[in-house]
Design a binder for this molecule. Sequence first.
Ligand code: CA2
Length: 146
Amino acid sequence: MTKPIYILNGPNLNLLGQREPEVYGHLTLEQIGAACAERAASFGYTTEFRQSNHEGVLIDWLHDANVNASAVVINPGAYTHTSIALHDAVRAIEPPVIEVHLSQTAAREDYRHHSYIASAARGSITGLGLASYLLGIEAAHHCLSQ
Ligand code: CA2
């Protein structure tokens, strides 16, 4: 049976839909998860959709994905801009990893311009809100079809 696509979400993304809708949109993380499950199903995949506020938990999930996932779509939240440990974990695993962001980080504060994840990921999709996740799933499918 085909392994699921893991969709991993980092710190504070559990707050989506409650604050800063002008930056992150009106959807809750639960709604994003449902839309991702639907898009993944159209390509024949199930999803494992998770969120954590803890760096080590995200790293453990990447290790878990190495055994149990076809691919990973990850929005590492602010750890994008700080975490060499997440960079190393993304590099260390076999399944393709696609980095996604709701907001256009390049157009925001300087400290959001650098991603430690981008150089380890197979691809990055930013600034498109929910569509970043949906295109991330499509990108994962593309990698798996090569
Ligand atoms: O645009 C993205 O997806 C980000 O990964 C979101 C992170 C941010 O630190 C990255 O630079 C870009 C922040 C997620 C926080 O989400 C909130 C949602 C509602 C209210 C406050 C924060």
